[in-house]
Design a protein around this ligand. Sequence first.
Ligand SMILES: Nc1ncnc2c1ncn2[C@@H]1O[C@H](COP(=O)(O)OP(=O)(O)O)[C@@H](O)[C@H]1O
Ligand SMILES: O=C(CO)[C@@H](O)[C@H](O)COP(=O)(O)O
Length: 578
Amino acid sequence: MSALLKNEVNLYIGLDLSTQALKLTVINDNCRVIFEESVHFDNEFGDKYGYTFLIKNGVITNENVVTCPTMLWVESIDLLLEKLQSQEFPFFKVKVISGAGQQHGSVYWSTTSQSTLNSLNSSYSLATQLKSNKVFTITNSPTWQDSSTSLQCKNLEKLIGGPDVLALISGSKGFERFTGNQISKICLQSPSQYLQTFRISLVSSFLASIFLGDFAPIDIADGSGMNLLDINTKNWDDRLLDICGKYSTNTCENDVKFGEELKAKLGYPESDGLKVLGNISDYFVKSYGFSSDCKIIPFTGDNPATLLSLQLSPGDVVISLGTSDTVLFYTKKPRPSLESHTLCHPINKDLYISMLCYKNGSLTREYVRDFYYNNCKRDNENDSNSAKWKWFNEILAASSPDPKKYGYYFVHQEIIPFAKGIYRFFKKNIVEDFKDMPESNIRTVVESQFMSMKLRVDQLLTDDKNVDKEFGLIKKVLVVGGASKNNEILQVLADVFGVQVWRFNATNSASLGAAIKARLAYSKFVNNNRLDININEMLEDGNELVAQPRQENTAIYKSMMKDYLELEQIVIGLQKIS
Ligand SMILES: Nc1ncnc2c1ncn2[C@@H]1O[C@H](COP(=O)(O)OP(=O)(O)O)[C@@H](O)[C@H]1O
Ligand SMILES: O=C(CO)[C@@H](O)[C@H](O)COP(=O)(O)O
């Protein structure tokens, strides 16, 4: 056991079941990170599931259907705890566990699952017991990368009165990955599996349920990513439940209460993110030596959890460069728009979160990197990831913005805008590639991603209806996530946004945010429901200034924005033709 762990009296665990890995962060009473561990899905399970399905980047992709075997997530919990056990982790010191999960993904529990969860036997692994008792009615969980529910989105928008009405109620227009539309698809395509489902969890509440040994509620922040929750009342919207829970067109609607059935399967939405749900399941006490007093509180979405890990001032915009790229900032009132999402805050009832989410984030930067790395006839077989990023960075460092070149890289079905394919423009004409220097795609992919974000954030912040005086200006950008360690990428970000970029130096901000939430809950719990610590004073000032905007580049990017939008419209037009 490490000396750090030995010296601490109380520990708090934050988990993050993200797209590519299950991560764990352990903090002490002062919110200092004491221990970290993770299970990377491709490394651990890529081959194992390979003979039937290929797990790549944490998921199974079948055209626009993107899923992950729910059992893979269960196995990753077993593996993570075994890793801790082999390092003599002092489980008995853990006071509270919280967690985060990739948003929108869903898990379908059978009618027998609750009794299995309630009576787990410490002689066997979680995977063995959940598998043999057939606790999941849908084997492969839909994930946030799925884009197969366009029909359901259109139907929901139509029946509720339009995309803007849906956004006003639920915080977002109809989005393919949002859980309500995923449930709707299951209702229509697999009604018998839907009817056999007793409970539906999000990825976050699924993880909490395992540790609780019973069904944990969906918290309102993660629940805001479903197109089912009314973000104003913070309760399920009966009309949306009725539409998404409809599993038969033949059934007389008066006889079957689709919405009520779905409501029962979802459980109540939890608005108190610090509430103690109960003690940890006896299974973990007996198997690993957790204290039977260790508390479980609601788990939330990875993006809301990330925000909890940061000391933010008005004007701070957070950009997470993980598998997805997300842009996040606080607002005092809901600010729904047709491209962004408004989420309830997981613990502060007076705040909302505005979010933009791009599917073509890190994996697309990797794709472009690898494509041109290979093209440059390098022997890539044996080259390490870091050698390839080094090459990528040398190209970024040696080049500068070129207003003749624009690129749109939607390797995966993009969310903003809804488009697919790679498109390049030279002097505003569509071209096969940049013939003079194909490697310039390295710069255009990064620029293009950040220009899209800047345009959208500006739109959200300056839209007259939406101006929030205190929150209305970008003062600096704070970056987190896997790609935030890349300083050359961050220099482009600073240049495009025209503000300083600061990096939060935590290995995983979502699991850290979840651990901080656990620490807060403990304080509230031991003080008779009174929160007596100021989280902002406790958060480590781990921010480092990593890039200053270069005025000459910022001016060029500013001049490119109009053409960027115009060419993006051409790309959107091309979708309709193909
Ligand atoms: N040096 C680097 N430069 C750019 N991107 C990187 C670098 N190191 C890692 N990444 C990217 O980070 C991604 C993983 O980010 P992470 O935040 O851990 O994802 P998630 O939480 O979604 O599982 C990888 O897909 C990889 O492309
Ligand atoms: O869909 C969204 C947010 O709406 C994604 O941000 C997921 O929450 C996945 O997160 P990462 O694994 O990329 O962190």
